[in-house]
Design a protein around this ligand. Structure first.
Ligand SMILES: Cc1cc2nc3c(=O)[nH]c(=O)nc-3n(C[C@H](O)[C@H](O)[C@H](O)COP(=O)(O)OP(=O)(O)OC[C@H]3O[C@@H](n4cnc5c(N)ncnc54)[C@H](O)[C@@H]3O)c2cc1C
Length: 395
């Protein structure tokens, strides 16, 4: 791509929804989380304080929570959703409560997702719903099912409920013509989740992709998996939907593989992950007749590549088979500049009680430390926009 086509550098469009004080707040926040030791100490202190019921929720809300989350419930998120949609950016409401382990909580998550689908069917700004496999069942149960271990009666009953929950959500999504993304998690629970997602696609993607599974392309086996699933889908006469991401559990995956002496499922380095991700995009764009894609990435080069692949195929920017996705609070320069050119873009808007979205917030803080490299870019962009505005005011 030529330099003059590097649209993501336009900070005026990127931050058009932020007033000066919001811009300053974002700058301050990214400056804070760029200091790795601060994130480490902050994470430990926050976890401790929340467990000890110390009154720190207000502080979390005023800082990381408000930056990365839409609110504590769906209604809180509506103003943000409307504002973003005024610039062409859609929303995926993400009930981000994690680490729950009981059946009532799983049923509660189903209720939340069904409510979001109801919301979505009436609001153009929310075209897609999402859930996490472990929001509907225990991680240990997915792991056991994925290993083909026999289940006792209680476990079997719990697994039947998981399957039932998937069906309720996907059926409602189909009835209301709202796409539903299924997130991907740790590789050791993913086999069972993948099998279930394929079952859902077989059942509900008969006319078009409604159910989207997620491929974590930091796994070296995922391109092969995609091709095998594609073959099965052609034979079975159903459509595939895939969210492509790089993957968020890198350290956990590598640590476990080392501890338990098996070969890590993760690509040998970042370049290999990048190549795998980009090859996944190419494969899907070559096969859009059967597979729709939601590219969940903050990587500029992969986003430019997808734009380029679409152009090469003569596709319109808003071709309904291709979506770009980013997380709320991150990479607005990609989201808003793409939307400005008419591409389909949606941002995940996480919501939930402060305490319960902490694992999500910690992942965001960790991936935004200087070592991971995102923060430098966010800080630069925010700084450029501050400078641009200053020079405009002084004219
Ligand atoms: C809309 C959206 C939805 C998402 N949904 C999910 C989901 O369901 N499941 C999930 O796991 N993640 C999900 N993520 C997070 C995603 O997997 C990444 O962690 C995050 O987006 C950073 O990757 P990137 O593509 O933006 O780009 P980059 O910042 O360019 O890439 C960083 C990523 O590269 C990989 N990487 C880094 N170092 C190495 C290394 N040494 N060796 C191999 N690989 C390396 C890691 O995956 C790391 O996260 C989602 C992200 C978005 C934007």
């Amino acid at each position: 791509m030529q330099k003059n086509e590097r649209i993501f550098e336009n900070t005026e469009i990127a931050f058009s929804l932020k007033n000066d004080s919001e811009l300053e707040r974002a700058y301050f926040l990214f400056k804070m989380i760029s200091v790795q030791p601060l994130v480490r100490i902050g994470t430990a202190a926050t976890n401790f304080a929340l467990k000890a019921n110390l009154p720190i929720e207000g502080l979390i809300r005023a800082t990381v929570f408000d930056h990365f989350c839409g609110g504590i419930n769906e209604d809180d998120c509506l103003p943000v959703i409307e504002k973003m949609f005024s610039k062409g950016v859609s929303s995926v409401l993400d009930y981000s409560v994690e680490g729950k382990e009981n059946e009532n909580e799983f049923d509660n998550t189903v209720e939340k997702v069904l409510k979001i689908i109801d919301f979505a069917k009436n609001i153009d700004a929310i075209p897609i719903a999402v859930f996490k496999p472990t929001g509907l069942g225990k991680l240990s149960l997915y792991t056991k099912v994925g290993m083909n271990k026999s289940l006792d009666d209680t476990e079997q009953e719990a697994w039947n409920k998981v399957v039932y929950r998937y069906n309720i959500i996907c059926n409602k999504a189909k009835e209301n013509d709202v796409a539903v993304l299924i997130d991907a998690e740790e590789s050791w629970m993913q086999d069972a989740a993948d099998t279930l997602a394929t079952e859902m696609m077989k059942t509900y993607n008969t006319e078009k992709p409604i159910v989207f599974n997620t491929l974590q392309m930091y796994r070296h086996d995922r391109l092969k998996f995609l091709k095998a699933e594609h073959k099965k889908a052609i034979k079975g006469g159903y459509y595939l939907g895939y969210k492509l991401v790089r993957g968020a559990y890198l350290e956990k995956e590598n640590d476990r593989a080392k501890e338990q002496s098996y070969k890590s499922p993760i690509c040998e380095n970042k370049a290999a992950t990048d190549a795998n991700f980009n090859n996944g995009l190419k494969y899907i764009v070559d096969n859009l007749d059967n597979i729709f894609v939601f590219a969940g990435t903050h990587n500029e080069e992969s986003s430019y590549l997808l734009m380029h692949l679409m152009k090469e195929k003569g596709l319109k920017n808003n071709d309904s088979r291709v979506w770009f996705g980013q997380l709320y609070g991150m990479s607005d320069h990609i989201s808003f500049n793409l939307a400005n050119l008419g591409y389909n873009v949606a941002k995940y808007i996480p919501f939930g009680p402060v305490k319960d979205v902490m694992p999500y917030l910690i992942r965001r803080a960790e991936e935004n430390t200087s070592v991971a490299g995102q923060t430098g870019r966010e800080l630069n962009l925010l700084n450029n926009e501050k400078k641009r505005r200053r020079s405009q005011y002084s004219m």
